[in-house]
Design a protein around this ligand. Structure first.
Ligand code: ADP
Ligand code: MG
Length: 448
């Protein structure tokens, strides 16, 4: 029993980096290792729906993860363990501003504060608006809508607002749209939609991240707008982020769009060279500042797509030099950065393709074979080959160990269909445009 518990904890650690954060929180975080007998590992989960979901979607991944840890193949069973557990656990990152007897508990990311946010012309307006709504919630811009391409600091600003309002004794709730959608589906299954919605009723600030994720999820979107309207009419502050402005969210009705843009809409632009350098300086350990200055210049010059990649490059290079005990030189930087950015871009590509087809990135990788998933997988193969010149075996590896001929078949299928299927070619153009937004600096893809 104790052994199963420990093994499962280790497995959770590994699974956490393999599935999306929202999926981890919704489906795995409340699970526990119950037993391991007769080559069957039993995982306890809070309800039947979670058990079904995990069996259908994550079974191969969980099985492989356990086999890696235990050094042998085991079967996996998901069993309902304790129904109370789910309702007892907080479903969203929430802060208690002191209204209950429990000690205030803050679950915002401690690194995402206004103090740690480097302000420049590319983000000044969004920053100022975020500070304003955090200091005077509900009285200036409501809703505040912040949009940008990925990795430009939207989530950072939402968490910063959360920190400041909590420090001022107010209650703020942050939730990412993907998690909202997962929890809504759970609530529908469990007949607990009212309970789900009531969680948001008494908060002062509603911080909603990545609303674009809901665009084609009709029911969830409706639930979101009920929540929005309720909070808005009670004069509660709402801050929303997305990858584009409300007017560009095509499938939304004009009524919903005008609701979203009824307050202030601001964007975050990709940072210029000087800002990239300042961000890198801010993220470099003080003791290493002077030694790293030259390196930071090179990174700021080479990595210009988004701040997440910039930060990733710094962490990666620092770790590599510590591990190998060698100094970072311009020559090693070039080599390391090329392999790093390519890997990150592929992750992003898989995510974009999955989002486009309304499936999860894990489904692209696992064995699911319905029409939609297969088409999405083929599109991912095509884009990886065209955009990043990946070899067939590299693509196969990225897609859960598929073999060379399966990958080639997928590629050829899309390549041959493109000339006769305008719908497919416009879908591919749409995904390419998202990967290469017009404001971006790279140009891996030609959108023609
Ligand atoms: P988004 O939500 O727009 O995809 P994030 O908020 O997750 O982007 O930002 C990605 C990373 O870049 C985070 O680690 C964040 O702290 C960092 N970051 C983004 N913009 C800034 C900035 N102006 N100053 C400091 N760090 C930033
Ligand atoms: Mg974000």
């Amino acid at each position: 029993m104790e052994l199963a518990k420990d093994i499962w904890q280790t497995a959770l650690g590994k699974l956490q980096i393999q599935v999306s954060k929202a999926n981890y929180t919704t489906w795995l975080s409340d699970s526990r290792g119950l037993s391991c007998q007769n080559n069957t590992f039993v995982v306890g989960v809070p309800n039947v729906f979670v058990a079904e979901w995990l069996s259908k979607r994550l079974y191969p991944l969980v099985r492989k993860t356990l086999a890696d840890i235990m050094g042998k193949d085991v079967d996996v069973r998901f069993e309902v363990h304790n129904r109370e557990q789910l309702s007892a656990s907080p479903l969203v990152a929430q802060t208690d501003g002191g209204t209950s007897s429990k000690a205030p508990q803050c679950r915002f990311n401690p690194r995402y504060t206004f103090d740690n946010f480097v302000v420049s012309d590319s983000n000044r307006l969004a920053y100022a608006a975020a500070v304003e709504v955090a200091e005077n919630p509900g009285s200036s811009y409501n809703p505040l809508f912040i949009h940008s391409s990925t990795g430009q600091g939207k989530t950072h600003l939402l968490h910063s607002i959360g920190h400041l309002t909590t420090n001022n004794g107010l209650q703020a709730t942050y939730i990412a749209a993907e998690q909202f959608a997962n929890e809504f589906v759970l609530a529908v299954r469990e007949n607990q939609v009212d309970k789900f919605r009531s969680k948001f009723r008494n908060i002062h600030l509603f911080l909603f991240d990545d609303v674009h994720f809901l665009i084609d999820k009709k029911q969830t979107l409706q639930c979101f707008f009920h929540t929005f309207n309720e909070l808005y009419s009670n004069n509660r502050q709402i801050v929303i982020t997305a990858d584009c402005a409300p007017r560009d969210m095509q499938p939304l009705s004009s009524k919903l769009k005008s609701r979203l843009e009824g307050g202030l809409v601001v964007d975050l632009q990709p940072p210029d060279f000087e800002t990239r350098l300042n961000i890198l300086r801010a993220k470099t350990e003080k003791t290493m500042a002077s030694e790293m200055e030259g390196v930071l210049h090179i990174i700021a010059e080479k990595v210009c797509e988004n701040v997440r990649q910039l930060e990733g490059a710094l962490v990666y290079l620092t770790a590599q030099s510590k591990l190998s005990g060698t100094k970072i030189t311009p020559e090693t930087i070039n080599k390391l950065l090329t392999s790093m950015t390519c890997k990150q871009d592929i992750k992003l590509l898989l995510r974009m393709v999955a989002d486009h087809f309304s499936i999860s990135p894990e489904e692209l990788i696992n064995k699911k074979r319905d029409r939609k998933t297969t088409l999405a997988r083929h599109v991912a193969i095509y884009l990886m080959r065209e955009g990043y010149n990946c070899s067939l075996s590299e693509i196969g590896k990225e897609l859960g160990g598929r073999n060379h001929s399966t990958v080639l078949h997928g590629y050829e299928k899309i390549a041959s269909e493109l000339s006769t299927n305008p719908n497919l070619s416009s879908q591919i153009a749409e995904i390419r445009a998202k990967l290469n937004p017009p404001k971006g600096r790279r140009g891996t893809y030609q959108t023609a």
